[in-house]
Ligand binder design. Sequence first.
Ligand code: FAD
Ligand code: NAD
Length: 159
Amino acid sequence: MDDRQFRSAMGKFATGVTVITTEVEGEIHGMTANAFMSVSLDPKLVVISIGEKAKILNKIKESKIFTVNILAADQEELSMIFAGQLKEHKEVTFERLDGKPVLSGAVAQIACEVSAEHVEGDHTLFIGKVTDIHLEDAEPLVFYNGKYRSLVELKPVTI
Ligand code: FAD
Ligand code: NAD
C-alpha cells in the first residue's frame, strides 16, 4: 500500500481543524493539526499526534503544556499560517487561558498539561490533562479530502 492511498483514505474522515500552541522561554509556537481526539471524561483528557519532523514536538516535550484551538469557519487563513502554507510571515496575536497562549475567535480553546507521551511510528501522541476551557458560539472550520469546508445542517430524518 502506498502513502497516497493511506492519506486518501484518512482524508475521507471529515475533521475539524485545530491550531496547537505551546510556549518555551516566552516564545510562542503554533502548528495546525487535525489529529485531535477526546480521550476521557474523568479525568478530562485529550490526545494530539505530532509528527517526528515537526518543530513543535521538542517544544511541547520541554514546556509540558499545550493548547488546542478549534478553528472557526472564518479562520482558514490561520490554519494555513500554522501549517506553513503562506509565503509571507503574518503576525498573530495570542490571548491567555490558564496562562497558556490561545487564539481569539476559536470555537473552543482548551488548555492542557502533558500527562503522558507515547511514540508510535513517526508520530508522538501527547495526552493532555485539560486545565481550562473557553467556548465561542461560532461555526467550525472543516477539513475533508484535503480541502477546507464548512458545515451544512441536514434536515432531521422523519420516521
Ligand atoms: P513550522 O513549520 O516552522 O511552523 C508552522 C508555521 O506556523 C510556520 O509558517 C510559522 O511561521 C508559523 N508560526 C509558528 N508560530 C508562530 C507564531 N507565534 N506567530 C506566527 N506564526 C507562527 N502535522 C502533525 O504533526 N499532526 C497533525 O495532526 C497535523 N494535522 C494537519 C492538518 C492540516 C489540515 C494541515 C494543513 C496540516 C497538518 N499537519 C499536521 C502538518 C503541520 O501543520 C505542518 O507540517 C507544520 O508546518 C509543522 O509545523 P512545525 O511545528 O514543524 O513548525
Ligand atoms: P493529505 O491528503 O496529505 O491528508 C489527508 C489525511 O491523511 C490527513 O487528514 C491525515 O489524517 C492523514 N495524513 C496526512 N499526512 C499524514 C502524516 N504525515 N502522518 C499521518 N497521517 C497523515 O492532506 P493535505 O491537505 O495534502 O495535507 C497537507 C499537509 O499536512 C501534508 O503535508 C500532510 O502530510 C500534512 N498533514 C499531516 C498530518 C499528520 O501528521 N497527522 C495530518 C494532516 C495533514
